[in-house]
Design a protein around this ligand. Structure first.
Ligand SMILES: [Zn+2]
Length: 179
């Protein structure tokens, strides 16, 4: 007797849709794989250091579609309460994807972890992000993952950085249609 085949792939988490607070009707769509990657680095023990990487994806007008997150490399400086991205693998990864996708997949922002349940950006975080915004006149996303699955996400352009809101169910359904 034939066995009932298992589903071809496990039912993963849903994509997350956020509202880009800097533009009317603009959204940030985060693919499940991005959050899965970041969640693997949550600071779940009292000794685990901060981790981080860059966010890669597509820019569609003012919409940002995150499809990939790089993971810490050997040369990154990681302490319990700080992460400094210094490993060359992040940029190499970004460049490789950019070339492979005919310049479609771009650098969209940064992520790192915090050893707290409801993460909030520190003054140092905001300063580092402002440095990035100073160099390019586009919208970027910044994400901080807490010890559970709560994360802080913000969008920045120019001198402004604002926290994102969760999109409504209707908006989420519309975005799924367009994926
Ligand atoms: Zn931080």
């Amino acid at each position: 007797m034939a066995e009932i085949p298992e589903a071809p792939y496990p039912r993963g988490e849903a994509a997350v849709l956020l509202r880009n607070p800097l533009h009317v009707d603009a959204h940030v769509l985060i693919e499940p794989i991005v959050l899965d990657t970041i969640k693997r680095h949550r600071q779940r023990s009292f000794t685990s250091p901060e981790a981080g990487g860059i966010l890669l994806g597509y820019r569609r007008g003012f919409h940002l579609h995150l499809v990939h997150a790089t993971e810490p490399g050997k040369k990154d400086r990681m302490t319990r309460t700080s992460f400094r991205r210094e490993d060359g693998s992040h940029a190499a990864h970004a460049l490789a994807l950019w070339r492979r996708t005919d310049h479609e997949i771009d650098y969209l922002g940064e992520w790192h972890t915090h050893p707290e349940t409801s993460p909030q950006p520190s003054t140092i975080d905001r300063r580092a992000w402002q440095e990035i915004l100073r160099k390019r006149a586009e919208t970027f996303v910044f994400l901080i993952m807490g010890t559970e699955s709560t994360f802080w996400a913000g969008c920045g352009i120019g001198r402004e950085i604002r926290e994102t809101d969760e999109a409504t169910v209707e908006e989420t359904l519309m975005a799924e249609d367009h994926r």
